[in-house]
Design a binder for this molecule. Sequence first.
Ligand SMILES: [Zn+2]
Length: 466
Amino acid sequence: MGRLMLTVVDENLTESVFQGEPQPYVGWYLAPVLDWIATHWVALFHEERFGWTERTRLPAAVACRRALDHWVAAGDPLGRETYRRIHAWYHRHGLRSAALGGILPDLFIRRSGDDIELSWTDDPLPFAPDGLIFESKTGHVRLAVRDVAEPLWGLLQWVTSCPPEMSGAYRGNWADLCRKVEALEGLDTMEFKRAHVPETILDSARAGFERIDRLDLFDDRRSENCPVIEEFSPAVAMFGGVSPDLGPTDINALRDALVGGCPGRDGEELASLVESRQGTPLDVPHLDGERFAAALLDDLGELNDDSFVDVRAICTRLGIAIEEIALETDSIRGVALAGEEFSPKIVINSAHAYNSNEDGKRFTIGHELCHILFDRTRARRLAHASGFWAAPGIEKRANAFAAYMLMPRELVIGNLRYVDRIDSEAAGLLADSLHVNETPLVEHLYNIGLIDEFKRDRLRTSIRRR
Ligand SMILES: [Zn+2]
């Protein structure tokens, strides 16, 4: 038995009221918690993806709780399998799974890029004794890997240096825990990468880099103080966000794109734009997108063409290369590379449906430009594959950015003859003059309040008919 006090930044998650008395800690059996940290250490600090299809941008605590509630009642085999996978993920990341009927805050820990996301809910405890209430409301933060891993590693070190006074089974459990902690120290970084990159991709990608003698792009920065990767290598960062079904040809094509951009660095103007934009936390994606796009157009000042936004010209001005490749997969729309040791580059996958014409490619360029400006890691680097398998939060933000950048409100209104009468012909003409496809245009007109839901549905139908 012991007292556990858990503080995230300045929020005490164990602050509670017990039998009418406030207390800053919880008292319970601590061995299961310590064992849970040691058992799931690698997943806690390196696994980012959910174990199920999750398209929300919610923090893990909320997303996982919702998914568990939603799938628990599934009766069909596929639904039951989904529930099993969600539950397994919960076991690796949710602290309460270690509670054994005990009293723990509902904290979730997972990797998020080169950060650790800590998230918690205020869900009541199912077996709370005498109305124990946790005071913390639902919340989340993202911290540097070392700021989370080092304190928890210190805790494990402390435990292994303190044999329990009791005998028998307790000593046996403690010895098991010591062995687990010791084993973690001896782990190769490949084991950490395995929790981040789909198993099938990792070995094939590593072999690919080895063949061309570029394993340096596969070198992660391991902490000197505890067994974690603080910064993923560019290759691991990129392959951590791709489909597990990616074939060897595509793996090599992405490798070559990465190698082709290295060495290099940001040009002066891009570097100064990035400087003021780093570390902008994810808020509501479409509001972020609007704000970011307006600020960029403002910073860039006069553009070459005032009838539409020439995103290729903007990239040329900022020294961002644009390259096209044809991957076998259509699950990747584009790739963005930038930052430390890389010259900035956007790669367009011509096999993706959105890139079938120039207007669609312009949208992809706008999307990747958002990543280049806003989504670098703490090490100021970016190696990102966009598409269905990438983190949904930053993907939605990049889409919103592209829409607002290519279709600024003044330009939209300036190109319309009658703002209050947008029919399918007017939408078509507007799409032509802005050099965008009609589908994103119609969604955008709705988002900026120029058409209502009814009109949007009619325009959608007329696009489908054509
Ligand atoms: Zn993206």
